[in-house]
Design a protein. Structure first.
Length: 303
């Protein structure tokens, strides 16, 4: 059966009511558009675990720079989502999503102003508000978020719990390119190969930090010094914006590094800011690193 594309929230509502009444399980994946292989993995995971998978495509303007233009091809996004197992696509326009009298945003306190949001202070509020609105509309059994965006994934889970929303948040491992270690991202899609290798240095440096913790180092300053020395040697066109190790609940600095924790880094070149991190919640993840979905598995990783 071909995918159903609903082009507005108003059009989606009666369709969703029928879907809920059928008693089937529903998975959801919420995107800004410009779908790529990492989105595809979320959709495939949802399609494997649910009777229906809803994919929303909307460049959520409250998490983007004011006035910015987000480039995406809706027809191509619909095709990719369908190929990966989506059964329903919902798209929408700004006038419907954020009319002039729109007034409700999710405030999660200090934790929502750390990590990515310490650089873009509007980012997590916009991401979480947008995600919760889509979840509230679609009422999925489960909603799927990639662990490339650690802050968003964990904050959405926190919001669902706090707001008593009956939805399971599924954290899908980060999707990375085997040759560079770079997380697959619409933001990085225009970088040339040599600069992607440079961006991949962040993941490799964070892995060195994880190994230091695994070996018994618990002093945050020493761990960050180890990571920074690797970054200093590897970065040429990017600079470090921040490098931190925090707990995985409040995203607050730790006096001593202990599970669960997050190693997180932001780099920038004046035009592009890239975030990467490792969310280490269990002894197994500390020992072997958090699970990764590797693309191009036959190629060799960069040294």
């Amino acid at each position: 059966m071909p995918v159903v594309h609903l082009r507005s929230v108003a059009e989606a509502r009666p369709f969703l009511r029928e879907l809920w009444s059928s008693g089937t399980t529903i998975g959801s994946v919420h995107t800004l558009g410009a779908l790529h292989a990492a989105h595809g993995e979320l959709i495939k995971r949802s399609a494997a675990e649910n009777d229906h998978t809803i994919v929303t495509v909307y460049p959520n303007k409250i998490q983007l720079f004011p006035g910015s233009v987000y480039r995406y091809d809706l027809a191509a996004d619909v095709d990719l989502a369908e190929q990966c197992g989506a059964t329903v696509i919902i798209s929408a326009a700004d006038a419907e999503m954020y009319p002039r009298d729109y007034a409700t945003y999710i405030d999660q306190g200090p934790r929502a102003r750390r990590l990515n949001s310490s650089v873009f202070d509007f980012a997590s509020r916009g991401q979480v508000t947008g995600a919760i609105r889509w979840i509230s509309l679609c009422r999925p059994t489960a909603s799927y978020f990639g662990m490339k965006d650690i802050e968003q994934s964990l904050l959405v889970q926190r919001a669902v719990t706090d707001l008593l929303i009956d939805c399971d948040i599924r954290h899908v491992p980060c999707v990375r390119d085997r040759g560079t270690g770079v997380p697959v991202s619409s933001r990085l899609r225009f970088l040339p190969p040599e600069r992607l290798q440079e961006v991949g240095a962040v993941y490799r440096a964070l892995e060195v930090g994880r190994e230091a913790v695994r070996a018994g180092e618990t002093e945050p300053g020493k761990i960050l010094d180890i990571i920074r020395s690797r970054l200093d040697a590897a970065l040429s066109t990017f600079r470090v914006v921040y490098l931190t190790v925090v707990d995985a609940e409040e995203f607050a600095p730790q006096d001593r590094v202990m599970l669960p924790f997050i190693l997180h880094c932001a780099i920038a070149d004046g035009t592009l800011t890239h975030f990467d991190g490792l969310c280490i919640r269990t002894a197994q993840e500390l020992e072997s690193s958090p699970e990764v979905i590797w693309l191009n598995p036959q190629s060799e990783p960069a040294p």
